[in-house]
Design a protein around this ligand. Structure first.
Ligand code: CA2
Length: 150
């Protein structure tokens, strides 16, 4: 049986592939969505891939994940470094969270090295561009034992 994984993307990630390609790569968010669905299918994972520029919407989606998905992959964008509301929601959700960043946030401006999301995440993948999402799916597959019967 397929297991559901929620992949959430925060502000400005809808602009991927249009600017700052030297930092974030040339793949669009639609490209990443497609590649996650395909890779997830191979791992027996059903992917629900979303993006929002609104903190409140991300919080609501995280709350709704409780009891409905097996894991969350989260690239919270700039909210990573600012949002106590997202951290609180992640702490409540009782679902494993893998934090993803396209860029290596520890090599950039000092304010990007601080992540509220990390406090609630099982682990973090940063600096591998779009491939990081597939690495996160591998990690989740291991964590929840996907491909095995529930
Ligand atoms: O490296 C990442 O994945 C980030 O989460 C991306 C965020 C940034 O604020 C985080 O520090 C690290 C920003 C995403 C903005 O993406 C754009 C893409 C194209 C053009 C402009 C922004």
């Amino acid at each position: 049986m397929s297991r559901k994984v929620l992949i959430l993307n925060g502000p400005n990630l809808n602009m991927l592939g249009t600017r700052e390609v030297e930092i974030y790569g040339k793949e669009t968010l639609a490209d990443i969505d497609k590649s996650c669905r395909e890779y997830g299918r191979d791992l027996g994972l059903e992917i629900d891939f979303r993006q929002s520029n609104a903190e409140a919407e991300l919080v609501t989606w995280i709350q709704q994940a409780r009891g409905t998905v097996e894991a969350i992959i989260l690239n919270a964008g700039a909210y990573t470094h600012t949002s106590i509301a997202i951290l609180d929601a992640l702490k409540m959700v009782e679902v494993p969270v893998v934090e993803v960043h396209l860029s290596n946030i520890f090599q950039r401006e000092p304010f990007r090295a601080e992540s509220y999301v990390s406090r609630a995440a099982k682990g973090i993948i940063a600096g591998f561009g779009a491939h990081g999402y597939r690495l996160a799916l591998d990690a989740i597959s291991q964590l929840i034992g996907a491909g095995t019967k529930k």
